[in-house]
Design a binder for this molecule. Structure first.
Ligand SMILES: Cc1cc2nc3c(=O)[nH]c(=O)nc-3n(C[C@H](O)[C@H](O)[C@H](O)COP(=O)(O)O)c2cc1C
Ligand SMILES: [Fe+2]
Ligand SMILES: [Fe+2]
Length: 389
């Protein structure tokens, strides 16, 4: 692989195709990349590093690009270990290297990496000259941690954006996008956003506003492709997601022990299809929740099917609704349904949880006893309410 993004900017990141789960919870069937870049002026800066398992490959990527030249600065935009795990290894290779980061990263550097010296602390708008190239620093807290910042290379009109504009999916040898890349990565961009940064819509919005003052021709995130040709598309997607704006449609999730709630879910999906309402169905017992979360960020209606379990909501469904609520999702409508055998209660509890977090209830929901039947669980009527809301 050739890491040339431009004469002055080189990719030295790695693809992780071995892990099944990112953050040990989000399924990554097409892998993920941990991106890191060299900015090569008279002096050389490296932005971020990679995850712990990739030491050898990461170091050999750096060598491939700059041979025996040394790296003068290590810019730390984000301290999460998927990017910071190899800091000590880089310091070992380049003992005189200066770490450049902001004050909020300093205790994390000590805590994660036991690094306390050779740190240059910068703040908003500070500049660092590399000789021929200039880096400028912009704090973007909570995208995705409080210490996160973006680094802008003025002459290259390039922003190293950290997790912002990142995506799941390994990258191929041609890391910079072409006209098809946005279409190919769109679903994984939304899935990554909804899983990882979805809670931080407001900070993401502030970051977008701040970065909009810069003349940006290239976005280099810490995951996924480098963006040059699809910048308006990706920025507008981020603007939309950060405001929790969605398209018309239903994310229909369910969990079911014995199939009764599942039958109700299928009946609702069938009725929505007849009405031409887009609907994405997810079985929370067999599927990683990352996909259903993605569709919550795509569609304005969440329909949840969960039976009653120990006077509570069947746990996979409870956990999922909780994860939606904890992402402070806004502008959503909610319906629920579920089977029970004696006292019931899951529908009421699902409604309470959704309403308490600002979702609008379209109906009281449908709680039905034991087996599913059209008579006990009128999904045609529920689909009608959804169509008219
Ligand atoms: C471990 C367990 C706990 C349950 N707890 C309750 C309960 O507290 N109240 C109730 O009405 N039904 C309870 N049920 C019954 C289920 O809600 C009922 O069997 C329902 O039809 C299951 O729906 P499903 O076929 O979609 O899994 C429980 C079932 C199981 C297996
Ligand atoms: Fe992160
Ligand atoms: Fe990351």
């Amino acid at each position: 692989m050739n890491g040339k993004i431009s004469e002055k900017i080189r990719y030295v990141g790695v693809n992780d195709l071995a892990d099944q789960l990112f953050e040990n919870q989000w399924y990554i069937p097409t892998g993920i990349s941990y991106n890191s870049y060299l900015v090569t002026g008279d002096k050389i800066a490296l932005t971020d590093t990679a995850a712990a398992d990739f030491n050898e490959q990461f170091i050999s990527n750096i060598k491939r690009e700059i041979g025996d030249r040394r790296v003068d600065y290590l810019v730390i935009n984000h301290m999460e270990p998927d990017h910071s795990a190899l800091i000590s290894s880089v310091r070992k290779l380049y003992p005189d290297i200066t770490i450049v980061t902001n004050a909020r990263a300093v205790p994390m550097l000590k805590g994660f990496n036991n690094v306390c010296d050779n740190i240059q602390v910068i703040k908003e708008n500070d500049r660092l000259s590399l000789g021929g190239l200039t880096l400028e620093f912009h704090m973007i807290p909570m995208v995705h941690w409080p210490e996160t910042m973006a680094t802008y290379c003025i002459e290259e009109k390039t922003v190293f954006s950290g997790d912002a504009f990142g995506s799941y999916g390994a990258v191929n040898d041609k890391i910079t996008d072409d006209s098809e890349t946005f279409r190919l990565f769109r679903d994984d961009l939304i899935r990554y956003y909804s899983n990882i940064v979805g809670k931080y819509g407001k900070p993401v919005n502030s970051a977008l506003e701040k970065l909009s003052c810069l003349d940006i021709k290239r976005i280099c995130p810490t995951h996924g492709p480098v963006w040059e040709k699809n910048i308006p598309e990706i920025v507008s997607l981020y603007q939309k997601m950060s405001k929790y704006e969605t398209d018309r449609g239903v994310c229909l999730v369910y969990g079911s022990m014995y199939g009764n709630t599942e039958k109700a879910a299928m009946a609702l999906a069938g009725e929505l299809e007849k009405l031409d309402i887009p609907c994405a169905v997810h079985d929370l017992c067999t599927e990683n929740p990352s996909f259903a979360l993605r569709d919550v960020f795509k569609y304005d209606i969440l329909a949840a099917g969960g039976p009653t379990y120990n006077n509570d909501i069947f746990p996979p469904v409870r956990n999922f609704i909780y994860s939606v609520c904890s992402r402070l999702v806004k502008n959503h409508k909610f319906v629920s349904f579920g089977s029970y055998s004696w006292g019931g209660g899951s529908v009421r509890l699902m409604n309470e949880m959704a309403a308490a977090h600002g979702m609008e209830l379209i109906s009281d929901g449908i709680q039905f006893s034991q087996a599913y039947s059209k008579e006990k669980c009128d999904m045609k009527a529920l689909a009608g309410l959804i169509a008219n809301c």
